[in-house]
Write a protein that binds this ligand. Structure first.
Ligand code: SAH
Length: 638
């Protein structure tokens, strides 16, 4: 990393690290460290100066004052002392994470290098690794993105000179990255190797911005030099501007800075390109000192590159040669070949445009990695396929049934899905409000086959939704989807990401219809012994009953498993009194809804089916005005 990457910090500070030692061992370590780092300033307490090398500065007086001075003059500080001591010493000088120096503390034995401050933007993590390497110490880095191996949102492209638009969305993006929430990526310009190693699977590449927005991920990384409509202000969307454009400029003598600026801006705007992505301005040697052009480059803080007439003449790809120009400067063109040569590209993005005294052309830099050519980059929005495309499987809990019991996010995801897979009955519930979706109904039962079908569809489609009732993860398909995905041969394709969209589960849906029976600790038990041995179920049921949990019983019965329900009631009756309130709800929030409040002694008098959920009260559950209520505590009404 070089000093120019730190141009955001107070420029008067030097990037040379300052190393401070106040002990004998510290002085020796400081000396070793200084030997391994290019150009470091070493400060050693004068008592131990003899243990440090020749170049070390000895200091007397309070170390607090020295540290204050060093924080003002250096943007990197290594302190050989306890982390606590370092914290106290730097505390009075802290401003914010974009301005503060990187601070690393090293213990007196040289065992650990601990990043104390400015791990990301200030380069503290990098400094920590450098120090640890030099001393053979263990680097201690505590920023969350490093812990999870995800890119740090505020560092993406930083070393490549990229700029960030939508900074205020960085926090949401950073949180989504470290929390494993879905993050979409779209890139159509700039270096492709902006992250080291593979991205984690919750970070998903999309083939177009439209695909990305439709999938409504929690946050997004958009890397583009284009101005894309509909991005500004989208929550969590951060636009990174790679330095991927080169503007070639030709001008007659005396052309004004203003005229150059106007034509450059208009050219970029009309081509839908961002001026923030301009990496360089290029022209012919003859114009190196042309005042208007020099002023323009300085004003925009963009380097000016100049080429000789011979170099320009030899450049391939020029589209608008001119004999007039040849007569004036000895080449058939300036702006086009200058842009092409600087960009190392074979093709112009925008051929020559003219105003009175100025010509402008734009090229995109060739990508600095072997596999891709500029042709890989779609210039227009919305291309539908690229090699990087990966599908996503949303496992969506649609709630108990009625569309209004579905979450907003579930709705969004289903509306955007390219296909919806699920048990026929649930798909019928969706058809009511989403008639034109592409549905793949499957029979009840073989859930593994259903998960497989949905996963395989992601080979052709970007967004596939696999729906289930209630919550997708509660006795649902979400876990199965993860297992099945690992068993599929994805060949050269990236396996799809799995995004679980939560829903209102049967327990909370039926509880709402009954009153408030889940007001205190509760347990859910599924009586289905298809995937779980009955002994396990019976054991859990008994343990939960003994512990006085309120119980929500899912899958109470089916034609195949009649006797299990009777056995379950026997277990409960051994522990709880026959007066215990019991709620029996069938088809909650669906046609044929039935809500019954009875007691443990009388459950058999009421119908129970596979579309029923039962709630068994605890020892304090009461029926009040026809509603089943479990008190939260022991204060209200005794
Ligand atoms: N994932 C679902 C549960 C699937 S297991 C969820 O979170 O709700 C299937 C069981 O859920 C059924 O046997 C029944 O006990 C319960 N269930 C699902 N929908 C229901 C509804 N609308 N009314 C009552 N119980 C329901």
């Amino acid at each position: 990393m070089t000093a120019e990457h730190h141009d955001h910090t107070t420029t008067s500070r030097t990037h040379r690290p300052a190393i401070v030692a106040v002990t004998r061992h510290g002085a020796v370590l400081a000396n070793r460290l200084a030997g391994a780092m290019t150009e470091a300033d070493v400060w050693v307490s004068s008592r131990f100066a003899g243990f440090a090398g020749h170049g070390a500065h000895a200091f007397d007086g309070p170390v607090a004052r020295l540290v204050g001075d060093l924080m003002a003059r250096h943007d990197r500080l290594v302190m050989i002392c306890a982390v606590g001591a370092a914290v106290r010493l730097i505390a009075p000088h802290l401003v914010d994470k974009r301005a503060d120096a990187a601070v690393v503390a090293v213990d007196d034995g040289g065992q650990f290098a601990v990043c104390v401050l400015s791990g990301h933007i200030g380069g503290g993590n990098a400094l920590t690794r450098e120090v640890a390497d030099a001393l053979g110490a263990a680097p201690v880095i505590t920023t969350a993105s490093e812990a999870h191996g995800v890119p740090a949102a505020d560092l993406i492209g930083r070393e490549l000179g990229w700029r960030i638009e939508g900074r205020h969305h960085l926090t949401r993006l950073a949180a989504a990255l470290v929390n494993g929430e879905p993050v979409g990526v779209f890139q159509d310009a700039g270096e492709r190797d902006w992250h080291a190693g593979p991205l984690p699977e919750h970070v998903i590449h999309f083939a177009s911005v439209e695909h990305l927005l439709a999938a409504s991920p929690r946050a997004a990384i958009v890397i583009t030099d284009r101005v894309i409509a509909g991005l500004a202000g989208r929550a969590g969307v951060v636009v990174y501007r790679p330095r991927s454009l080169v503007v070639g400029v030709g001008c007659s003598r005396g052309a004004s800075c203003d005229e150059i600026g106007r034509l450059v801006d208009a050219t970029l705007r009309d081509a839908g390109l961002s001026v923030v992505s301009v990496r360089a301005v290029a022209t012919v040697e003859l114009k190196r000192d042309e005042p208007g052009l020099v002023a323009f480059a300085r004003e925009r803080d963009i380097p000016l590159r100049c080429f000789s007439a011979e170099q320009l003449n030899a450049a391939p790809g020029q589209e608008t040669p001119s004999e007039v120009v040849r007569a004036a400067v000895g080449t058939r063109g300036v702006c086009e070949p200058a842009a092409l040569l600087t960009a190392g590209a074979g093709r112009l993005l925008v051929p020559k445009r003219k105003s009175r005294n100025v010509t402008v052309a734009v090229a995109r830099t060739a990508l600095p990695f072997a596999a891709a050519s500029p042709d890989d980059l779609p210039v227009a929005a919305g291309s539908s396929t690229t090699r990087a495309m990966t599908g996503i499987l949303h496992v969506v809990g649609i709630g108990p049934g009625a569309p209004e019991q579905m979450t907003g996010r579930a709705r969004e995801v289903l509306e955007a899905a390219d296909a919806i897979v699920g048990y026929g009955l649930y798909l019928d519930l969706l058809r009511v409000w989403l008639p034109h979706a592409r549905y793949h109904p499957s029979p009840i039962g073989d859930e593994e086959a259903r998960a497989r079908e949905a996963l395989l569809l992601t080979k052709q489609l970007t967004r596939v939704a696999l729906v289930g009732s209630g919550d997708a993860g509660i006795y649902g398909l979400a876990g199965l989807a993860h297992e099945v995905r690992d068993g599929i041969d994805w060949a050269d394709q990236m396996p799809p990401a799995i995004d679980v969209v939560p829903g209102v589960t049967a327990a909370t849906a039926v509880a709402a219809l009954l009153g408030a029976p889940l007001g205190h600790d509760f347990a859910t038990v599924s009586l289905s012994d298809i995937l779980t041995p009955w002994d396990t179920i019976a054991g859990r049921l008994e343990a939960a009953a003994v512990s006085d949990f309120v119980l929500a019983l899912y899958n109470p019965t089916s034609q195949r498993r009649g006797p299990r329900f009777a056995a379950a009631l026997d277990i409960l009756r051994r522990v709880r009194s026959p007066e215990t309130p019991v709620g029996i709800v069938t088809n909650a929030y669906r046609d044929g809804q039935s809500v019954i409040i009875t007691s443990l002694g009388s459950v058999e008098q009421h119908p129970v089916s596979m579309l029923t959920t039962l709630i068994i009260g605890n020892s304090r559950t009461r029926v009040q005005h026809g509603r089943m209520v479990t008190p939260r505590g022991y204060t209200v009404n005794g």
